[in-house]
Write a protein that binds this ligand. Structure first.
Ligand code: F6R
Length: 362
């Protein structure tokens, strides 16, 4: 049942305010963040490895920035198919975290089995609590996204991010890097996030118009810096898997080390840049693109649009959100841009060619 939507993907994108509330309600109590037993003692850890595939990997890649910035916990993040065959040494006091919507991805499961008896504990963030990955981990943290049918992961991604941010906050607390007042402030912002998503969903039409124009492109680049860098990868992945347009993501600062050679008037460049402490740096990369005739789609907030919007080809304006939460909110325009571009091209949005919802072969 598509609930009145044209595709499951559209329904699942629109469900995000409600499933994000469910996720938050599952982990937040009046006194703060509560994990199911046996919990996690982050103070005892020297390192965390995060392993996953595809979009789940990109949730983990985002979480690396959170764990390292807020909790001062070193994180190694890798795609499961590389991690498992590299035979990485697992040093003492290293916990291993696996992220999987289905909980059945063959490479992720094999990576988990590789870590058994080596890591100090095995944790998973899953959407299916009865799945193999959940059953074989010491602690499985469900994301409460509900059934996801569209092959392109959307609501599972933002729910994964939410659980991962809560884990990073818990880690920061355990490790003495997050005073209660700072924690409470972030939790207040998090509780407001479903409402902010609702506001952002109301701006769908702007994105649909931009997507009509992107549908003509053969190649599209995504740029981001800091927390927006992993998300640039998610935007490119989503776009290529359902619209079949070639898309690549780069760290904004890497542009001049090679990819800028690709820029001309035929290559739209999507720049993800809320007005945070890195904004000015990203704007100067954006100007490098424009100086070479590149057409920039700037996804930013009111302050960002005010300061740099006039230079961009198109601007998609998001509601204000605190810096830490921006990757969760900015996933939405990335999803909608991919969705509307695919619809404009007439591809099979829910069942893109060559792809399966759950990859249980290696
Ligand atoms: C992309 C997508 C895939 C999955 C990947 C991992 O939209 O859906 O990249 O994220 O196949 O699947 P899970 O999370 O089930 O392990």
């Amino acid at each position: 049942d598509k609930g009145g939507h044209r595709h499951f993907m559209a329904k699942e994108i629109a469900e995000q305010p409600s499933v994000l509330s469910d996720t938050l309600n599952a982990y937040l109590t009046d006194s703060g963040i509560a994990l199911p037993d046996p919990g996690i003692d982050f103070a005892a850890l020297d390192r965390l490895t995060i392993t996953a595939c595809g979009t789940a990997y990109l949730a983990g890649f985002t979480a690396k920035y959170w764990f390292e910035q807020i909790a001062r916990l070193p994180v190694e993040v890798d795609v499961a198919s590389e991690f498992r065959y590299r035979e990485p040494p697992i040093t003492p006091n290293t916990a291993a975290l696996f992220i999987s919507q289905s909980g059945e991805t063959a490479d992720t499961l094999a990576a988990l089995r590789y870590c058994k008896g080596k890591a100090s504990a095995l944790y998973s963030v899953v959407n299916v609590p009865e799945s193999s990955i959940a059953r074989e981990s010491d602690l499985a943290l469900p994301i409460h996204a509900g059934v996801e049918i569209g092959v392109a992961s959307t609501k599972a991604f933002t729910c994964q991010l939410t659980v991962l941010l809560l884990l990073a906050l818990k880690a920061a607390e355990d490790r003495g890097h997050l005073p209660p007042a700072a924690r409470d402030e972030i939790l207040t912002h998090l509780r407001a996030l479903p409402g902010v998503f609702n506001t952002a969903l109301g701006r769908d039409e702007v994105i649909e118009n931009v997507a009509q124009e992107l549908a003509e492109a053969r190649d599209i680049l995504f740029l981001g810096r800091g927390l927006m860098y992993p998300l640039a990868h998610e935007g490119a992945l989503k776009l290529k898997e359902i619209s079949y347009i070639h898309a690549e993501a780069y760290a904004s600062g890497e542009l001049k080390h090679g990819p800028i050679a690709l820029i001309d008037q035929h290559v739209p460049v999507v720049v993800l840049a809320p007005r945070d402490r890195l904004f000015d740096k990203t704007v100067s990369n954006m100007q490098e693109v424009m100086a070479r005739g590149g057409r920039v789609v700037l996804i930013t907030d009111a302050a960002g649009a005010e300061s740099a919007g006039a230079e961009a080809w198109r601007v998609i304006q998001m509601p204000e959100v605190s810096d830490l939460l921006a990757p969760i909110l900015y996933a939405l325009p990335a999803q909608l841009l991919a969705y509307h571009t695919a619809v404009a091209k007439g591809t099979d949005v829910d069942q893109p060619r060559n792809l399966a919802k759950s990859v249980t072969v290696e």
